[in-house]
Design a protein around this ligand. Sequence first.
Ligand code: BGC
Ligand code: MG
Length: 553
Amino acid sequence: MNIAEGASLASTLDKDQDWWRGAVIYQIYPRSFQDSNGDGIGDLRGIVQRLPYIASLGVDAIWISPFFTSPMKDFGYDVSDYCDIDPMFGSLADFDAVVETAHRLGIKVMIDLVLSHTSDQHLWFKESRVDRDNDKADWYVWADPKPDGSPPNNWLSIFGGSAWQWSTQREQYFLHNFLSSQPDLNFHEPAVQDALLDVARFWLHRGVDGFRLDTINFYVHDAELRDNPALPPEKRNDTIAPRVNPYNHQDHLYSKNRPENLAFLRKLRAVMDPFNAAAVGEVGDSLRGLQIIGEYTAGNDLMQMCYAFEFLSGTQPDAAQIATVMTAFDDAAAEGWACWAFSNHDVKRHPTRWNLSPAAQRLFVTMMMCLRGSVCIYQGEELGLPEADVAFDDLQDPYGIEFWPEFKGRDGCRTPMVWEPSNAHGGFSTAPRTWLPVSHEHMHMSVGQQEDDPGALVHHYRRAIAFRAAHVALIKGDHDAVTSKGDIVYFTRSHDGEDIFCAFNLSDSPSEFALPKGNWEPIGSELGGAHVSADGHLHLGPWQPCLAKRAAG
Ligand code: BGC
Ligand code: MG
């Protein structure tokens, strides 16, 4: 440990080591949050301006999607310099202002490290591709063609086509799990691991509290480059890629999910621990996501939490499915900790994806605040924004351009935030044109309008977040078996003598229900919680919760 790490250690010792457990994390997609310099693209100074709003929601932390130097082929998930800010987002001084302002407002800052791959414009790759014996020759995954010139194996890119791209310079193929401009780093090379750990150190020294780690199960590939087996149609699902994507036709045993990932995650955790920093690792796998989360969050020397895809899929989960997911998580990851999300920058916004009524949107967030795990909410979710309709001519996302129109890509969830109805671009920007158009449908749902309307969804989000914050059992507690009965899913969260019973009617029809034995006092009336009759009998209206606290005696 060096002197700076020691000093930081001393200053963090008195803080809550467990701050991440049960935290509510607000995801900012910086291109679309707030533009401060009138270029039509959101930026770091814009985030500084809007941090008081985020603080007013009562969240514990922000996760900021990538703002590093990048040619923006995948909108920042293609990094060409890990230790600098892309000029379109500002400067390192602007980033310091984000951290300082967030900390003053009591908000932790998590940044999005994309370590599995770089941009092809990164100096490491430019050097690596020159020939087979330069200093960085083994920093990426290079392989000779088969004798017939075809790619070394059958691995597929999520964004379409083979995962191998030919380099005329080196006369070899290189691996890419995403765009061909996102070459995959070779984690079998120790110098690569060391360089990436230095990236983490750089940002920890700058004051970040943690990381959202992109695609952590993709870090290491099979050194023997074995073919992935085919997946029969009945085993395919759309958890991480749309149904029309042939990526779903393989079991990705060798291109990702390798056991060697664990050793790197342990090294990364050791770098983070002196700073009291926490990570949420993104685990994308359609077959064994929960099992991998279990492996990656076990014990105290790996990831604190992993980002789960279970509630990001196409169909609205009913009571039985919620019970199944939570039970499967307990079975696969008894010691582990999930981070749940309904929406993010990669999927259709959930009110549209699940076709939710306003009442259903309210109940879903109330339930999310009661689930065991941490929670990510995605900018604009608190306004109930539907997926924006983006015309083909306005598309930016290469994933959508590739699979259009069966899959329209990710632009519809990435359009700018709406702050004020009066301004041409909803208060997002003063530019003549913004990088993606502001949705007309969103205009009448702006923050400004909702603040003035006591019945608006944003106030419900605040109340649901505050409800969780007021009950340690909801933040850190265990739960008994998550059970479904008809349209109702229920469980009890417990911590340190506090027991909170939670039941949710996930349907348009009323339901009747009996509370578990004991003396329960209803709470959460501000969330529309049901009244409990003296005999413990409950009538749950459509999309109504019942929240109750075990009374003493
Ligand atoms: C990110 C995506 C990105 C991909 C490649 C993901 O899981 O969330 O936005 O395109 O990783 O970095
Ligand atoms: Mg700007």
